[in-house]
Design a protein around this ligand. Sequence first.
Ligand code: E4P
Length: 214
Amino acid sequence: MRFFIDTANLDEIKEAHELGVLDGVTTNPSLVAKEGVDFHDRLRQITEIVKGSVSAEVISLEAEGMIKEGRELAAIAPNITVKVPMTMEGLKAVKAFSDEGIKTNVTLVFSSVQALLAARAGATYVSPFLGRLDDIGHNGLDLISQISEIFDLHGIETQIIAASVRHPLHVSEAAARGAHISTVPLKVISQLAQHPLTDQGIEKFLADWDKQQK
Ligand code: E4P
């Protein structure tokens, strides 16, 4: 499983990039709005740092508008992936993008059949939202297992991005259940790197070292 970062914040993207673990970036309208910057300018800046997939979401609700917006986004850099909401209109747009060779990430996926439809329309990625399912009393991780099983069974090459990731257990379980990618906030990446026994171990090694020097 690979890692994307889920943010439009440049400092966070730079920090994760320096760790050498980053294969891509996902943004959404809420994350971009939080930054208060020009969307296209910010995408240009992100694609200069990260050479892997950078997801940029369309705002239109009709296929025609999504296609127009998506083409403009895709023209910003070759590694832009157009993020499209999982709707009937979104599926039409995904099909059009797929015919044009534009990569897509179908977002706001909350069921395995939505994922199957998106894949059949030609989606490069599907993004099931774990945390938001957990929030309403469902098990988001079970959805990863279901999608992964269906895709394997039917030889579907669309990649699964575990999205709406809130904590390290989401990441380890998503990896075990067949997600190809987890898109995670910087806070979760930092939680993944930490373990209290690692900290204790370092402390003990340094204390022993200091004793020896006296
Ligand atoms: C994924 O592409 C989305 O941007 C993101 O994971 C949504 O997460 P949230 O539910 O924490 O807003």
